[in-house]
Write a protein that binds this ligand. Structure first.
Ligand SMILES: Cc1ncc(COP(=O)(O)O)c(C=O)c1O
Length: 375
């Protein structure tokens, strides 16, 4: 006998961006592959991935070299020591923080907590593809907030797009792939005006730019902030992050989290780095400098891009190449890579997304693009 969910997976038809009709299960599978960028090739000059260009704090390597870690025991199930440190770092109570294995998983568990089948999940038109996939996985109905012509969040459209069926709004600050930070004043007004809707703000990349909404965590009853150790601390392989917000909502999320989903090592290393503001400042300064370098060099070649506040740069390649795929195929021949804008909903094939790496790699990337760009 097939379950309702299996029936839904196999019988819901979705038209993807290339016009192909897929079953929901195929869409989720192909969507997850796009989202996780599971390439079978790797490129030495890879600007397609959003990782910290200076790596992670030195204290991590030192700890791993000098300490014996007991892996025979289970990890602390609610990561109590880490939660205390995260709470202190953000000026919260420890009941206002839930720790999980990265934002990708926390998005899933949080949507599962607040979405019943058929509820609407409102998402930015151009943003992190995982939101749509995860909304479908929890059997929600994704709806999209139209962006302005300048590819920015239109705050009046956020309020206008909320319907009586909307249970959750997911927003990204700063937005992936545009790199744009949110207008905190405008969005907090929308959050306050819609107390029955849960607002999930994904701040995975906030350490690279933009104003955080963390000061409202625990204060606004319908606001949840998702944070990661993957980006600012350069620990994407560790798989750890947290959600902060009002105690009763955080507890509801915790109840749905798979037990022991963060490890002894991930908890320990996150505890080690959480207070390292100096490292965060250093990696932000480096990333800013490198993004500006890429912007300057691309401008000299006649490329345009969406003005970015953080670690992503959405570059229009349409004046120089027939489309984004042709651009990517061309740079791939020389060992470089960028992310095809086509993986993002509502973005046509005019764009590629790049993210700053070390200055040496960025310089090599520019050299390759220069050699392929018609004057
Ligand atoms: C906006 C956004 N959210 C979440 C993630 C994934 O975060 P995590 O590594 O904590 O799962 C990324 C990674 O690229 C991201 O850009």
């Amino acid at each position: 006998m097939t379950s309702d969910f299996e029936y839904l997976l196999n019988n819901t038809k979705i038209i993807d961006q290339s016009g192909i009709s897929l079953s929901l299960s195929n869409f989720i599978r192909s969507g997850l592959v796009d989202y996780a960028y599971l390439e079978d090739q790797s490129f030495p000059i890879d600007l397609s991935i959003g990782i910290n260009p200076i790596g992670c704090p030195k204290s991590v390597r030192k700890y791993l070299k000098t300490r014996e870690i007991d892996l025979t025991s289970y990890s602390e199930v609610t990561a109590i020591n880490l939660r205390n440190k995260i709470a202190k770092f953000n000026g919260l109570n420890d009941g206002e923080v839930h720790v999980g294995p990265g934002i990708s998983d926390l998005l899933h568990v949080t949507l599962l907590t607040f979405i019943d089948p058929g509820d609407e999940v409102l998402l930015p038109e151009i943003s992190f593809p995982a939101y749509e996939i995860l909304a479908l996985l929890v059997r929600g109905v994704p709806k999209f907030i139209p962006f302005s012509k300048k590819m920015d969040m239109d705050y009046s459209q956020v309020a206008k797009s909320i319907s009586p069926k909307t249970k959750v709004v997911v927003l990204c600050n700063p937005n992936n792939p545009t790199g744009k930070a949110m207008d905190v004043k405008k969005i907090t007004k929308v959050i306050k005006d819609h107390p029955s809707v849960v607002f999930m703000i994904d701040e995975a990349n906030i350490d690279f730019g933009g104003e955080s909404l963390m000061k409202y965590a625990g204060k606004l009853p319908n606001l949840l902030i998702l944070r990661s150790f993957s980006k600012g601390f350069g620990l994407a392989g560790l798989r750890i992050g947290y959600v902060a917000g009002p105690q009763e909502k955080v507890l509801a999320i915790e109840r749905r989290q798979t037990p022991f989903s963060t490890t002894v090592i991930s908890q320990k290393l996150a505890e080690l780095v959480i207070g390292d503001k100096e490292f965060l400042e250093k990696s932000k300064a480096y990333c800013d400098k490198q993004r500006k370098y890429l912007e300057r060099e691309l401008t000299k070649m006649g490329y345009t891009f969406i003005p970015s506040d953080s670690n992503y740069l959405l570059v229009n390649v349409a004046d120089k190449f027939p489309d984004s795929k042709t651009f990517i195929n061309a740079i791939n021949q020389f060992g470089a890579n960028a992310l095809d804008g086509g993986v993002f909903r509502s973005l046509n094939n005019d764009f590629v997304r790049i993210s700053p790496r070390s200055h040496k790699l960025n310089k090599e990337f520019i050299k390759i693009v220069k050699s392929l760009t018609k004057k």
